[in-house]
Design a protein around this ligand. Sequence first.
Ligand SMILES: Nc1nc2c([nH]c(=O)n2[C@H]2C[C@H](O)[C@@H](COP(=O)(O)OP(=O)(O)OP(=O)(O)O)O2)c(=O)[nH]1
Length: 137
Amino acid sequence: MRGRDVVKKTVRVVGAVIYNEQNEILCALRSPEMSLPNFWEFPGGKMEEGENPEETLVREIHEELGCTIEVYEKMKEVHHEYPNIIVHLLTYKAKIVEGEPKAKEHAELKWVPIRNLHSLEWAPADIPTVEALLKGV
Ligand SMILES: Nc1nc2c([nH]c(=O)n2[C@H]2C[C@H](O)[C@@H](COP(=O)(O)OP(=O)(O)OP(=O)(O)O)O2)c(=O)[nH]1
């Protein structure tokens, strides 16, 4: 097959827009070892066989941040084509109900007030969710 004919893989990914009492959002920096290194993202990951998006988020946040979340409403559904992969990203609002988030896999975690979210370099698929937050949606 010639290079330009190769069909890109599509992955289904869920991201948690975790907010706290001060209306700050928990932002996670992808580490240099991850794909899409050094971009900020909403913590989460790929959906596994038989999982619904809420189950994926609870599992991934346990694995990546070591805490428990409650998942609320869906925010955005985005199809983004990267050079090697197509990401179908769903983002959901969520809140921590048990434990303190710790960066087990990410390079850094930080709580950022919504109005300052634009100052981070976000993974391109996350931009529509960031814009919706900035608009107060
Ligand atoms: N988790 C997450 N991934 C995102 C976001 N935006 C975005 O483009 N992505 C991309 C990066 C990756 O290509 C893919 C998710 O992969 P991942 O590495 O986080 O998922 P995972 O932990 O289940 O995967 P893996 O380590 O088993 O490969 O989606 C986002 O906000 N959160």
